[in-house]
Design a protein around this ligand. Structure first.
Ligand code: C2E
Ligand code: MG
Ligand code: MG
Length: 932
């Protein structure tokens, strides 16, 4: 925007024209004045010179006139005036020459002989002459003339003359000089006058022009006082411009001193000078006008362009480049007729282009800078958050182990202040590992530069003595040209605790702390191998009589405490080396290793042992009795599984036993019966498979965030020939043992996909999860089969979830990983079933790309009542969430557990609390949980 101060008040054009006019005018006037002055001066000098010459001319005129007069006088005949009869007639000259006033003839001794007077003399008679002059002439015998002034000025001339008789006479004549003055005026045009130098009067005695000379002399004298000066004066008088000078007449001409005055009229010369000056001025004025006009015309366009440029240039600062270009291009000539302003325009256009380019570049740079600053800030914030707010210990230390940085979390964990960190060594922070190696020893490959990254697991001890277990990742980095080691530690104390608890649980029973079934089988097998040759090995199976009614009468808590008491009772009961397990709801199993010598001496350690104890339940003292079967390992080829199944069959009542006692059984008979039973089940499975007598029940799975049923698990049931449904527990193990699972799984998959296809066509948005066993997913044909079934049924793969039992997946880790990846590529999801039971490590969870984990129902079913389960489930959920998995809790039977699970952050619930497994027609898919 143009500010008011910047508005043009006097245009450049006007200023330029004014200045040019002023300068030209001044130059012209100055030049004219100088010319005039120098012309006047030259004229004055010329006049002075001329006046000087006029004096010379006048003198010459006087001299020549005198001479010719004296010659004339010499010619006058004087004979007539000598002798005896002298004539009285005047000489003829007197009458012939009117200027002669008088004549006289003198003897040489000076005596006057005769005197003649003109007829009308101007001179007064009686004026005397200087007699001395005659003396001079007679002595010198040379003519002599002298001028003298009285009322007028005259010249007297004496010439010696000789008569024919030889008498010498002197002839004198007085003549009026007026004629010489007139001649001079006619000859030169100037005036001349004689002033008596002794007279104070300015009145000339004689002058060339009696009427005008006298007033002129007076006027010039009054103006210049020239009569008292020796130089020529130059002055303007009423009669014109005059040069005037005075000179004394040389004494050889005069009797008394006389001043000659010459007045030269210079008016014409002056007029000429003035005329030429006037002409010069007019010519100059015209030249000036033409100059101004031409200058104006020459500058008009350029000035217009300049004005336009001056208006356009501020647009540069306003970044108004397009307008600037428009405005300049109108005034920019085509190449070939360029002037400096055009070049300036081009330069400004180039500057505009450059500025615009620069501005664009600057804008881009600014934008990039803003981005970079934002990114940098984000990165800085991110780093700050990462370093100081993340639940990771971050330490930077030199190769010598001096700690340079320890983040908030690390300081909190170590119990150090910021100041404590200075001068601390990394060995002060990180304790040696389990093998006793210090952190410095462990970091040797990094310090030596052989490796750039390594992982350790080492503890931190806080100043209060608390020890935390950390998983460390150490990396060698370069910071400010100094090699540093960056150690990042993740606190895995809780995870390790959970893991060890889960590991313990994977082998033990949560309620009684005894071994569980699987661990018992493993350990028992080992013990049998070890001791069956040297010792007696007995298997004892016990259950608590009427346990179900105790549970009913006194409740779940009492049931659990009876189980614990029973466990302790069994431990006390067996005095020999043993392993004891809880193998069923109220079933205990023990392997007894009996020293043969001991047995010989003391009999069987269980001989006569009471199988009852007392317990206080709700202030009642209740007698708890147990029933047991005892089988001896007889080295006849049966393994522990068969030994257990045999005993279990006896306990289940397949063989008559006495309750409340330990019953020794014969293993061979019972195992045959068991095998028979298994064979029957196997046959019925095979038959059911070929008859397709399997039905699917669907158990809804509830999405807690969407508050709706999101998918269902397919649970298979075998329909017996008489029409009732047999649950998987009765046939699944036998199907697995006999390699029937692959067929069964595929049958289930086909039924599930047909259901999915139907739902898809009915626009029902539900997923289905299908259980598959290792036998199925290990098969090369599985994926192929799956693809063709998907095509055949029209089911969408995104609606399908496969459930793989955790233990099976881990036992076949590579195949499971491959399967997961292939299924993921088909957009099919994977769930880790029965999670927590066969626990080994959470690391597997990270390795396998599964989408869901299903926490096993044994952890969930009594969740609300068991604190220990809550702690376990909480840590499992936290771990799974940290690994980005969706968590399903199965076996939810009550609202208390449901609430707990919701609060723990579990995503999905499955269990009788939501719905039992049902036929598809019986499903309530609009079910919504009432949130308390
Ligand atoms: P799973 O896959 O863990 O299935 C969950 C089991 O827990 C089902 O038993 C279900 O009825 C039961 N259940 C669900 N909610 C609750 C609850 O709140 N309380 C209690 N006490 N139990 C609940 P089901 O149907 O007897 O199946 C047992 C197992 O048999 C299944 O465990 C699965 O491993 C296997 N199975 C079932 N159907 C199939 C199948 O089609 N194919 C394969 N390969 N295995 C199957
Ligand atoms: Mg399942
Ligand atoms: Mg399960």
């Amino acid at each position: 925007m143009t500010s008011p101060q910047k508005q043009v008040k006097l245009s450049l054009q006007t200023k330029l024209l004014f200045v040019i006019t002023l300068i030209t005018t001044l130059a012209l006037l100055g030049n004219s004045a100088l010319t005039y002055i120098s012309a006047v001066r030259v004229n004055e000098q010329a006049s002075a010179k001329r006046v000087g010459e006029l004096f010379g001319i006048f003198e010459k005129l006087v001299e020549r006139s005198t001479q010719s007069f004296e010659d004339i006088l010499t010619q006058v005949p004087v004979d007539a005036y000598s002798g005896d009869k002298p004539s009285s007639q005047p000489p003829a000259l007197l009458s012939l020459n009117p200027s002669i006033e008088s004549m006289a003839l003198h003897q040489f001794d000076g005596r006057r002989v005769r005197q003649w007077q003109a007829d009308s003399p101007t001179r007064a008679p009686g004026e005397t002459l200087d007699e001395r002059l005659i003396t001079i002439v007679s002595e010198q015998q040379q003519p002599l003339s002298r001028i003298f002034c009285t009322t007028s000025c005259y010249q007297i001339s004496f010439v010696p003359v000789i008569s024919s008789d030889g008498t010498l006479f002197i002839l004198s004549a007085v003549r009026n000089l007026q004629q010489i003055f007139v001649d001079f005026a006619v000859l030169t045009g100037a005036d001349v006058a004689f002033l008596k130098s002794d007279s104070s009067r300015l009145e000339p005695t004689i002058s060339s022009n009696a009427a005008s000379t006298s007033p002129l002399i007076r006027e010039i004298q009054s103006l210049t006082g020239f009569l008292s000066q020796d130089k020529t004066v130059y002055t303007r008088t009423s009669a014109g411009l005059y040069a005037a000078a005075r000179q004394p007449l040389p004494s050889r001409y005069t009797v008394t001193p006389i001043n000659t005055v010459i007045l030269s009229d210079d008016s014409d010369a002056q007029a000429q000078i003035q005329d030429s000056l006037k002409g010069g001025l007019i010519a100059s004025a015209i030249a000036l006008l033409i100059t101004i006009l031409l200058t104006y015309l020459a500058l008009r366009t350029a000035l217009k362009k300049l004005v336009n440029l001056s208006k356009a240039i501020p647009m540069l600062s306003e970044s108004n480049y397009d307008r600037l270009r428009d405005s300049l291009q109108r005034y920019t000539r085509k190449p070939g007729y360029l002037d400096e302003v055009d070049q300036l325009n081009f330069t400004v256009l180039e500057v505009a282009d450059a500025l615009e380019e620069m501005e664009t570049a600057v804008a881009e740079h600014r934008q990039q800078l803003v981005h970079k600053i934002a990114e940098h800030r984000e990165a800085q914030d991110f780093n700050d958050v990462l370093v100081n707010d993340s639940p990771l210990v971050i330490a930077a230390h030199t190769l010598q182990g001096d700690i340079k940085l320890l983040n908030n979390y690390g300081r909190e964990m170590a119990g150090w202040t910021r100041l404590d960190v200075d001068h601390r060594k990394i060995t002060d922070l990180i304790l040696p590992d389990l093998s006793g190696h210090s952190i410095t020893e462990n970091l040797t490959p990094l310090i030596s530069g052989k490796q750039t990254r390594l992982q350790t697991e080492q503890l931190i001890r806080s100043s209060s003595g608390t020890v935390s277990d950390l998983m460390w990742v150490h990396a060698r980095v370069q910071a400010n040209n100094e090699p540093l080691i960056l150690s990042v530690g993740l606190d895995i104390t809780e995870r390790r605790k959970t893991e060890s608890r889960l590991r313990w649980l994977s082998k033990h029973d949560n309620v009684t702390d005894l071994l569980n079934r699987e661990a018992f089988h493993e350990e028992a097998s080992l013990l049998i191998q070890q001791y069956s040759d040297s010792h007696l090995v007995d298997l004892m199976l016990l259950d608590i009589d009427k346990f179900a009614s105790i549970n009913d009468m006194y409740g779940f808590h009492s049931g659990d405490s009876i189980l614990r008491e029973a466990a302790r009772f069994v431990e006390r009961l067996i005095t020999c080396d043993t392993i004891i397990a809880r193998t069923g709801a109220n079933e205990f199993c023990a392997l007894l290793i009996i020293d043969k010598d001991d047995y010989e001496q003391n009999g069987h350690p269980l001989h006569n042992r009471p199988l009852h104890f007392y317990s206080v339940l709700d202030d009642d003292t209740v007698e708890i009795t147990l029933t047991g079967v005892l089988a001896t390992y007889a080295q006849d080829g049966y393994n522990i599984d068969e030994l257990v199944s045999n005993s279990a069959a006896a306990l289940r009542g397949l063989k008559p036993i006495e309750r409340g006692k330990i019953n020794r059984i014969s293993e061979s008979i019972d195992s045959r019966a068991l095998r028979q039973e298994k064979l029957q089940v196997h046959d019925s499975i095979v038959k059911a498979l070929s008859d397709e007598r399997f039905v699917l029940l669907y158990q809804p799975i509830y999405n807690l965030s969407k508050e709706r049923i999101s998918h269902c698990e397919c649970l298979v049931r075998m329909r017996s020939e008489d029409g009732h449904l047999v649950s998987p527990a009765a046939f699944m193990d036998i199907a697995k043992e006999n390699g029937l699972m692959a067929r069964l799984d595929l049958l289930v998959l086909r039924m599930a996909l047909e259901q999915l296809g139907a739902w898809h066509r009915q626009d029902v948005d539900l997923k289905l999860s299908v259980n598959i066993t290792a036998a199925t997913f290990e098969s090369d044909l599985f994926i192929k089969e799956l693809k063709s079934l998907l095509l055949e049924t029209g089911a969408r793969p995104s609606q399908l979830i496969f459930e793989i039992v955790e233990t099976e997946a881990i036992n076949n880790l590579e195949t499971a990983r491959e399967l997961c990846e292939r299924l993921a590529s088909l957009n099919v999801q994977i769930a880790f079933d029965d999670f927590g039971i066969g626990f080994t490590s959470f690391e597997y969870l990270r390795d396998l790309p599964v989408d869901y984990i299903k926490i096993d129902q044994s952890f969930i079913r009594y969740l609300y009542k068991r604190k220990s389960d809550q702690l376990l489930v909480k840590s499992m959920v936290d771990m799974a969430l940290a690994l980005g998995k969706k968590v399903i809790a199965e076996g939810v039977e009550d609202d208390g557990s449901a609430d707990l699970l919701r609060n723990m952050g579990v995503h999905y619930l499955q269990g009788y609390y939501i719905s039992r497994p049902r036929r598809v027609s019986e499903l309530d898919l609009n079910y919504t949980m009432t949130v308390q």
